[in-house]
Design a protein around this ligand. Structure first.
Ligand SMILES: [Zn+2]
Length: 162
C-alpha cells in the first residue's frame, strides 16, 4: 500500500541513498558537488544533527537514487572521507561493505585524481589551457598528491577542488 503518512516518509526510505556522518562544515559543499539542487528527487537534509561520534554531523537522504557520478563522489570523499554511504533498496540497506568489512564510505580516488583538484602551480599547463587536471597519489596515508603535468606535490591542507 502507498505510504501517505508524511512523518513516516521522512523516517523511512524505500529506495535511495543515505550519506551520513558528514562534517557539518562541508555539508553544503557536498550538496553542491553532488548537484542535489538540480535533481527532481525528494531529498532530506540534516544539518548539525547530534552525533555521539562527531558531536554534530550532516546527513543527506536522497530518495529513489542509488547511482551517482563517480567523479562527484570522489570529490566529496576528499572533503568527507569518513562519511558513510548506505544504499537502500526496498527498505533494506544494501550489504556492500568496504574492503575492511566496515560501513561503506565515500570512495576516495584509487589511483588518479582526474579533474578533481586544481594545481597550485600558476605556471602549470592545466592553469593556462582549458584542460582537465590529473594527479596521482604520492602518499595516501598523509594525503599527498602530485600533478602529472608539472610535478608539483600538494598536501591535503592545500587541496583546492575544481
Ligand atoms: Zn601542475
Amino acid at each position: 500500500m502507498e505510504q501517505n503518512d508524511s512523518t513516516k516518509q521522512v523516517a523511512a526510505i524505500k529506495n535511495g541513498t543515505v550519506i551520513d556522518h558528514i562534517p557539518p562544515e562541508h555539508l553544503f559543499k557536498i550538496i553542491d558537488i553532488l548537484e542535489i539542487g538540480d535533481m527532481d528527487n525528494t531529498v532530506t537534509i540534516g544539518y548539525r544533527l547530534p552525533s555521539g561520534k562527531m558531536g554534530r554531523k550532516g546527513m543527506i537522504k536522497i530518495f529513489d537514487k542509488t547511482e551517482f557520478d563517480q567523479t562527484a563522489l570522489e570529490k566529496a570523499a576528499l572533503l568527507a572521507p569518513n562519511a558513510t554511504v548506505n544504499k537502500i533498496i526496498d527498505y533494506k540497506v544494501s550489504l556492500d561493505k568496504d574492503e575492511n568489512g566496515g560501513k561503506p564510505c565515500l570512495p576516495l580516488p584509487e589511483k588518479e585524481l582526474r579533474n578533481i583538484v586544481k594545481c597550485t602551480n600558476p605556471r602549470c599547463i592545466t592553469n593556462n589551457e582549458p584542460m582537465p587536471t590529473l594527479f596521482t597519489w604520492v602518499d595516501r596515508g598523509d594525503w599527498t598528491i602530485k600533478c602529472e603535468y608539472c610535478g608539483r606535490k600538494i598536501k591535503k591542507e592545500n587541496f583546492e577542488l575544481k
